[in-house]
Design a protein around this ligand. Structure first.
Ligand code: ADP
Ligand code: MG
Length: 603
């Protein structure tokens, strides 16, 4: 075979293989183009799961008539023109390959009107660009593609059912809509309107978009927060640890409004939650990281679904710190004070007898007037606060939902009685507080054990009677040597005993019974891969957590009122005391209004 240049059409089809994996990828590229064109209203029409038709219509700037054909050529873009631009991309697209790729695997028509001039259109079939013709379009751009993959039978065969492909498309639009709350979206499926998302101009309205996309229950259980340091800002909604999921399906992360999957951030978040989340459960969040575009490389993935941070350690620690702060504030006495993960049925006499309490459902929320300021200067306001004030404003009732909080009564109030040896009944300014004694005691004990462990570094280490040899690779042995300080801080004393072996002489007392060899190897791998390790902290916490569980009051233990009040005060002082070590709530509250509702008072 001789070496030949491939024909353009084939080159585009090869590029399409990477970029246009399925109908949803075409939708993504087209909608991203509309967003880059400054559109504030985007209509998306889909038929037969996108295979028969995808049409995206926008009100963006449009494309001049004499550039229509160029826009369809490979490496043609209006978004960057130099390496300097590539290093600071702020648009969603920049590779100049979406339109030609899509056009090489479908029958595409591009119509546009630039600055409200007379509209024009151009078609592409089998890779050849047709003549420019007049078109009845008055502003913006419309891209219509039919018969996706009609000339790539192999790809077509791999497509799933219409329903599945449609599912992918909808998921994708949801992500784009979540990242661009100020843009209105109309989605039509098989000729019928499927969803209409109005544009949101403020954070308050952004909450509404979040509610539409992530659900009411999420928003009701989420904290809104914002944190800024030089060149970096993280904001968004973080669900309370008691609102965990069985799948990592409600974890949305945006970098400069681009939805991406990022290991660094996923890891930082997971770690921040490790201590308050039951094994196998996942936190829910919508996070927006805004960063100087110079500090992030977006040109690392053909579908632009990943990015690379110049300083991923900085991002890791920033995200970890912000999220830990929010979680630390989820105890009583803060804004989630009137907060029960239960819904009390408005009419107790409906259907089944007695009243119902349903976990995880909507709940009445009484925000404090001011968001709490944490040590970091992080301002946390519950999303519902913003949301409630929005609703109040629209009904002209500005203060209906804000309860006065009497400063003299502590947030968890004072104990009245113990119920069945399991629960503490207490009364606070708003109403009734129910505390799960064991869960609450376990959490406060755990936090105290952790604090002691942190404070008494000198007591941590214990020499081994017989030093333990660990075999590692030469590179790992060197790494352990050069990171001796990390190990010493953790309470280990290591010596190199050969080219491929290490001798462990001293270990943290609390880990004396653990598998030391395995632990050292895991820690070295962590440092190798991520430059740092949280593994030991995790192991230590697990042991402390078990100790706390065994040392805590069991059910059926009689407590005096003094003891009960002491536990309530302890909970108020303790960070993260809103949930037990397994992520279950430690207390719930019922306001007088909620109780009144139960008894149909004032209705
Ligand atoms: P890229 O987005 O990477 O620049 P594309 O192939 O997606 O490459 O688009 C090529 C060019 O066509 C864009 O740079 C832009 O100038 C123009 N274009 C595409 N879609 C639109 C649109 N909806 N509105 C305005 N211009 C568009
Ligand atoms: Mg593009």
């Amino acid at each position: 075979m001789t070496i030949e240049l491939l024909p353009d059409h084939l080159i585009n089809q090869i590029a399409a293989g990477e970029v246009i994996e399925r109908p949803s990828s075409a939708v993504k590229e087209l909608v991203e183009n509309s967003l880059d064109a400054g559109a504030t209203h985007i209509k998306i029409d889909v038929e037969a799961g996108g295979v028969k038709l995808i049409r995206v219509t926008d009100n963006g700037v449009g494309i001049p008539k004499d550039k229509l054909a160029l826009a369809l050529q490979r490496h043609a873009t209006s978004k960057i023109s130099s390496m300097t631009d590539l290093n600071s991309v702020s648009s969603l697209g920049f590779r100049g390959e979406a339109l030609p790729s899509i056009a090489s695997v479908s029958k595409l028509t591009l119509s546009s009107s630039f600055e409200h001039s007379l509209g024009s259109c151009v078609g592409v079939e089998q890779g050849s660009i047709g003549k420019i013709k007049p078109a009845p379009i008055q502003s913006g751009t419309q891209v219509e593609l039919r018969d996706l993959f009609y000339n790539v039978p192999a790809r077509r065969k791999f497509l799933r059912t219409e329903k599945t492909e449609l599912g992918h498309i909808e998921k994708l639009i949801r992500l784009l809509a979540l990242g661009h709350p100020n843009v209105a979206f109309d989605i039509r499926v098989n000729g019928k309107s499927k969803a209409q998302l109005a544009s949101a101009k403020s954070t308050e309205n952004h909450a509404r978009r979040v509610e539409q996309i992530c659900g009411k229950a999420f928003l009701e259980n989420a904290f809104y927060f914002e944190q800024r340091v030089e060149g970096l800002s993280l904001s968004g909604w973080l669900a309370s640890p008691t609102f965990s999921r069985s799948q990592p399906d409600l974890q949305h992360f945006f970098v400069n409004r681009r939805s991406v999957k990022d290991k660094t951030v996923a890891h930082a978040t997971k770690q921040a939650f490790a201590d308050v989340m039951f094994h196998g459960r996942y936190p829910a969040y919508v996070l927006f990281l805004d960063i100087d575009p110079h500090l992030v490389d977006v040109n690392v993935h053909p579908g632009k679904q990943e990015v690379r941070f110049r300083d991923s350690r900085q991002i890791h620690s920033f995200v970890h710190r912000c999220i830990s702060e929010v979680i630390a504030s989820t105890g009583p006495g803060h804004e989630k004070v009137v907060d029960a993960p239960f819904e009390i049925s408005a009419s107790p006499y409906s259907e089944s007898s007695g009243f119902q309490a349903r976990a995880g459902a909507g709940q009445a929320y009484k925000p404090f007037a001011n968001p709490r300021q944490t040590g970091l200067g992080l301002s946390i306001a519950d999303s519902r606060e913003a949301y409630a004030s929005l609703i109040d404003r629209s009904t002209g009732d500005a203060s209906a939902h804000v309860d006065e909080f009497d400063g003299d009564i502590p947030p968890l109030g004072f104990a009245l009685a113990q119920l069945h040896g399991i629960y503490i009944l207490a009364q606070n300014a708003n109403g009734l507080v129910l505390v799960d004694m064991h869960a609450a005691h376990e959490r406060t004990t755990y936090e105290r054990l952790k604090k002691n462990w942190d404070d008494e570094a000198s007591l941590r280490s214990q020499p081994l009677l017989v030093p333990i040899g660990v075999s590692v690779t030469q590179a790992q042995a060197e790494l352990a040597g050069s990171h001796g300080e990390i190990f010493r801080e953790l309470g280990f004393e290591l010596d190199r005993s050969g080219p491929e072996s290490i001798l462990v002489r001293q270990v943290p007392a609390i880990l004396a019974n653990a598998d030391v060899e395995q632990m050292i190897q895991d820690v070295i791998s962590d440092i190798e891969e991520e430059g740092h390790t949280e593994r030991l902290r995790g192991e230590v916490n697990e042991i402390l957590s078990t100790m706390a569980c065994h040392g805590s009051v069991r059910a059926n233990r009689r407590m005096t009122v003094v003891e009960m009040n002491a536990l309530l005060r302890e909970m108020e002082k303790t960070e993260r005391s809103g949930q037990c070590n397994h992520g279950r709530p430690t207390y719930v509250m019922f306001s007088i209004e909620q109780l009144d509702k139960l008894f149909l008072r004032g209705q």
